[in-house]
Design a protein around this ligand. Structure first.
Ligand SMILES: [Zn+2]
Length: 415
């Protein structure tokens, strides 16, 4: 256990915050600090073909130790942390034998991690938790995933009696800014399928995510002195407001769950002459997703028709761009890759929690690049903030799942 704690802490104390305003890959230079360390570590535990490319994508191989043909599988994690909360000077705290009470993260600033608010904590009574000191995020997202993959590979190397096929490991930068899969060389990785170790609580297994699009809607107006404005002024802000009111009621992120899709207005800025509205569109169903995009075009059309004479040209310009798609479409034809993960968990006494992701993962982009890639729990909670924590026992369970999947895949029956 101490081995896992030490490894995890050695990763989280290295600041790897990504930056969406940067054009480079990795988006921040400091991500190299951990990337270079990981390369050395992969070599030192005995991994083969350890490579790092110019964009800091790391790959490594654990060769097969069986004679028969076995699918090549991969395990993937990201080493950056979100720019939403600072990841500099992480000072992890290890709480052994958690008693189920409030955890004082920071006495000076009165920052408390309380099971009264974060009820999940109570599942971990008696376990060892790693928390922040209340001033940074922890980075279990996704350094827990990296810890799990490295430790599982090390375990397989040290225990050659466990039979497995060829296993590939991939660590990426910039997942948190949506670019982790952008420069991932699927061909070079050379796997039949892979898993991202990037979920939350023990048992999570995900192969459905949103179809996603972003819309930028520009409203044109006409500014006229308010005293002489009757029949002349067009206030673009009010038209944007009317536009928002045309969106279906009750279909916002705060009013939906499970498979329910939404429109999410996330940015609005304007004056009389011009208003820009940005929203995102999400739906698991491809059909409903298409309908949602069509609705945006329809509403825009309606407004343009209404103001055609008065304005002379289109008053509403709606640009809708697809962002990512539901990986289910790519995973269902190879459903056995989910079944193997499910079986692995069950054999380990872990109850699989299979639910749709209300977001996207690197795995969904990779699935569309030809590498089917469901997502498995990494064990942490409360990602992207100071209340982030991870039970060490959960990291151990994820390690066990990786080893078990490797084992099951090597059994001829698993094909
Ligand atoms: Zn993550």
């Amino acid at each position: 256990m101490q081995h896992i704690i030490d490894r995890f802490i050695s990763y989280v104390i290295i600041d790897t915050e990504s930056d969406s305003s940067s054009e480079t890959t990795p988006s921040t230079k400091k991500q190299w600090d951990l990337a270079n360390k990981l390369v050395e570590e992969l070599k030192s535990i005995g991994m083969k073909d350890v490579t790092i490319d110019k964009k800091a994508y790391i790959m490594a191989t654990l060769p097969s130790n069986v004679d028969h043909d076995v699918p090549t599988i991969g395990f993937i994690s990201h080493f950056d942390t979100t720019p939403d909360f600072t990841g500099a000077n992480v000072k992890p705290q290890v709480i052994s034998n958690y008693d189920g009470n409030d955890i004082v993260l920071n006495a000076e600033q009165n920052i408390i991690l309380s099971p009264k608010y974060f009820k999940d904590l109570l599942q971990y009574k008696g376990q060892t938790l790693i928390t922040t000191d209340g001033t940074t995020l922890l980075g279990a997202d996704d350094k827990a995933g990296i810890t799990e993959i490295v430790t599982a590979m090390e375990f397989l190397i040290k225990n050659p009696e466990i039979k497995h096929g060829k296993i590939r490991v991939g660590f990426t930068p910039d997942e948190e800014i949506g670019r982790g899969a952008h420069h991932f060389d699927v061909e070079k990785f050379g796997c039949d399928w892979a898993y991202t170790m990037d979920g939350s609580q023990v048992g999570e297994l995900e192969y459905e995510n949103f179809n996603a699009a972003g819309a930028k809607i520009t409203f044109k107006g006409k500014s006229v002195h308010p005293g002489y404005a009757k029949g002349k002024m067009i206030n673009s802000m009010l038209i944007a407001n009317d536009f928002i009111n045309e969106l279906p009621k009750g279909e916002t992120p705060q009013e939906t769950k499970g498979y329910e899709g939404f429109f999410h207005v996330h940015h609005l800025t304007g004056s009389i002459e011009e208003t820009v509205l940005e929203l995102i569109i999400r739906d698991h169903s491809k059909k409903k997703f298409t309908k949602r995009k069509e609705l945006i075009a329809k509403i825009a059309q309606k407004f343009n028709k209404k103001f055609a004479k008065q304005f002379g040209e289109d008053i509403v310009i709606a640009e809708v761009k697809d962002q990512y798609y539901n990986m289910k479409e790519k995973v269902l034809p190879v459903k056995h890759i989910v079944d193997i993960a499910e079986k692995a968990m069950k054999e380990l006494g872990i109850k699989p929690i299979i639910k749709p992701i209300r977001g996207g993962t690197d795995g969904c982009q990779l699935s569309y690049k030809g590498l089917p890639c469901p997502n498995i729990f990494a064990g942490g909670h409360n990602f992207h903030g100071k209340y982030e924590y991870v039970p060490v026992e959960s990291i151990q369970k994820a390690i066990d799942v990786i080893v078990k999947i490797a084992e099951l895949t090597a059994k001829p029956i698993a094909k």
